[in-house]
Design a protein around this ligand. Structure first.
Ligand code: GLY
Length: 371
């Protein structure tokens, strides 16, 4: 499909064939065309969103969808990772049943990663699968969660333990929605962005360092560039390995310890913040292996800090290092042979290592732990 001047586009393939487009815009002016392509006439759609996003964008999106669908209903849940549960998914499904949704009706995910993951999961299991599309509104969900078809919920405090690979019909990124994020939620996205740089794009490190001031001011032109570049990285990886049988695991750089820290923080820390700390531990472990220099570790620390991200956790905040190490074993990134730990062997290149020992992880954890 031709690209419109105000909407950029990247097509994502699955097994070598076109699967869905990711659209990039500074507003919702191109959304109608994407919706029209789904043949919405006579169909119903449920917009799933959270209590933070609804006041800003729900009416706007509802107005657009009402021009195309026979019926638009909405489902709003309390914002936060605490809502990413089977109970909320059950509630969404009940709403669909009560409103007579059939196989041809659709879901729209309007919000961050929690919204996208839960809505996609609900779509994947309702009547064995109905269409859904992603309208990510956070930086983290734009550059990571909305692309690649991972859907699911947390289960008994284990992150993303229950879910499915299920592809959206399209992803529509409206960069303007980044303006209404709190600083904490905006900067959280840089956890995944800096991760992308370390695993696949060393020059992105320079770009971030050179443009930090403008990015902190949320310059829309630069943000469009940054998000597009990150989706390209994510697309490259998920196209090569859509169901994480190999390469896709590199996206888990910083996540093995990061998820265990997130669990122990009782969700006081945001996902992207835990990824930042987890990346610092993995970078230090990469240095200890002789892959990168001490100076490069210091550069990373400076970069995460520039984007207001934590690089440490404190013992006085109740973190228990032994338990963090033990929890890495329960993470779903484990396979029968052990943890698939992601290290870098140079800036911009990740390796998956199954030989990382508890002692080695402990060294990484000690590096980020303030005693
Ligand atoms: N967020 C990691 C992945 O999509 O594989």
């Amino acid at each position: 499909m031709a690209e419109k001047t105000n909407v950029k586009r990247l097509d994502v393939e699955y097994n070598g064939e076109f699967c869905y487009p990711v659209l990039f815009s500074k507003d919702y002016s191109g959304l109608a065309d994407e919706v029209a392509a789904l043949k919405p006439e006579g169909r119903k759609v449920c917009i799933v969103t959270d209590s933070n996003v609804a006041p800003f964008y729900l009416d706007k999106v509802k107005d657009i969808l009402e021009k195309y669908y026979a019926k638009v209903i909405t489902y709003t849940f309390p914002a936060g990772e605490q809502s990413k549960t089977l109970d909320v998914v059950t509630d969404i499904l009940e709403n669909l049943i009560e409103n007579g949704f059939d196989r041809n009706d659709m879901l729209a995910a309007l919000g961050g990663g929690v919204t996208g993951d839960m809505t996609g999961f609900a779509a994947s299991i309702y009547l064995r699968g109905i269409k859904f599309f992603q309208l990510p509104t956070t930086l983290l969900s734009m550059v990571d969660a909305s692309v690649g078809g991972k859907t699911g919920v947390d289960f008994k405090s284990y992150k993303n333990m229950v879910g499915a690979f299920y592809m959206p019909s399209f992803v529509y990124i409206n960069i303007d929605t980044l303006n209404t994020l709190t600083d904490k939620v905006y900067f959280e996205g840089y956890g995944e962005i800096i991760k992308h740089a370390y695993i696949k794009d060393a020059e992105l490190l320079d770009f971030l360092e050179e443009n930090v001031d403008k990015l902190k001011k949320r310059d829309p032109k630069l943000l469009l560039k940054l998000v597009y570049r990150n989706v390209k990285i994510k697309r490259y990886v998920v196209q090569k390995d859509p169901k994480e049988s190999g390469l896709r695991a590199i996206l888990n750089f910083g996540h093995t310890l990061g998820h265990a820290i997130e669990k122990q923080s009782d969700l006081r820390m945001l996902h992207g913040e835990c990824v930042s700390v987890g990346c610092m531990a993995a970078l230090y472990m990469s240095y200890k292996r002789g892959f990168i220099t001490e100076k490069e570790v210091a550069r990373a620390e400076k970069l995460f800090k520039m984007f207001e991200l934590p690089v440490n956790i404190k013992l006085e905040d109740g973190f228990k290092p032994d338990k963090i190490i033990a929890d890495t074993k329960k993470d779903k990134k484990k396979d029968g042979a052990g943890i698939k730990f992601v290290l870098i062997n140079r800036e911009g290149n990740a390796i998956i290592d199954k030989s990382v020992s508890d002692d080695e992880m402990r060294v990484g954890l000690d590096f980020v732990l303030v005693k």
